[in-house]
Design a protein around this ligand. Structure first.
Ligand code: TMP
Length: 261
């Protein structure tokens, strides 16, 4: 598909116009940032892995009836997606306390939550994506009561599905961030952005080793190997195409996951 003009450049992705009305091309960069752009690096191959991992997850979600912006993957770094107006809220779903939750409230790192916790953050880099309440969202008309109810319900369904999917391959889904938007073509609210080790915390089920962007945030090393490990366990990276020396995290789980066409 022919790429049109650049519409938007974010920290990890670029959006280009496509030949089709209301569809855009999402390009995954190798750039990684943390702490709202204060820490930056280029991690070779990250964009390729996130493109594949996000495609796998979003198409699996579509199969179980969770609508999202993915139309199809176009190539190693790009996918065709529905154009949406992003709701300026990051929806964070947590199963285990870690990261900003433990810092903010003094909860012990690794505390398993009795039920999933949904947090709302206002999407604004300059302000550091501050935590907001439903009341802030309604007061500033970032979304309506109905929309937040619908999105919260979807967040829990997505969490259920992803927890099961990752559990099957020996990974704990600790927490993750979702974005939703209004599809240009019909105004429907759908899941958008990406779901990848950039936007999730994923711990090896046996060892609690981190297999996500925290390896970059916390300078733990082996960032790309961790992303590869997730792709491999999900069945989307063949052993032979892996030219970067794998690191040993734990015994890989022998669970079969349906391969993408
Ligand atoms: P936090 O503990 O730093 O608030 O992060 C919660 C989850 O959200 C974690 O899985 C990482 C993800 N996340 C993003 O995807 N983008 C962000 O900008 C931030 C702050 C977190």
């Amino acid at each position: 598909m022919k790429k049109g003009k650049k519409l938007y450049e974010g920290k990890a992705k670029i959006l280009f116009a496509s030949a089709e009305k209301n569809l855009v091309i999402q390009h995954f960069k190798d750039d990684a940032t943390a702490f709202n752009n204060q820490k930056k690096a280029n991690i070779e191959g990250k964009g390729i892995l996130n493109n594949r991992i996000s495609e796998h997850i979003l198409s699996s979600l579509k199969e179980v009836g969770i609508e999202n912006h993915l139309i199809k993957r176009l190539n190693m770094r790009e996918q065709l997606i529905d154009m949406v107006d992003i709701i300026p809220i990051e929806f964070v779903v947590r199963n285990i306390a870690t990261g900003s939750l433990t810092k903010r409230l003094g909860i012990e790192d690794g505390t398993v939550l009795k039920k999933p916790l949904i947090e709302f953050c206002y999407k604004n880099d300059e302000l550091g994506d501050p935590l907001v309440s439903r009341e802030h969202i309604y007061a500033f008309e970032w979304a309506s009561v109905l929309e937040i109810d619908l999105i919260s319900e979807q967040c829990l369904r997505i969490n259920d599905f992803l927890q099961g999917m990752f559990k099957g391959v020996g990974v704990k889904l600790v927490d993750f961030k979702l974005e939703f938007g209004k599809r240009k073509s019909d105004g429907k609210i759908i899941l958008a952005d990406e779901i990848s080790p950039d936007t999730c915390r994923l711990w090896d089920a046996d060892t609690d080793k981190k297999l996500d962007k925290d390896r970059f945030r916390k300078d733990l090393g082996n960032v790309i190997n961790a992303y590869q490990e997730i792709a491999r366990r999900l069945g989307i990276l063949h052993e032979q195409s892996n030219n970067i020396r794998p690191i040993k995290f734990s015994k890989p789980k022998a669970v079969k996951i349906k391969k993408n066409k």
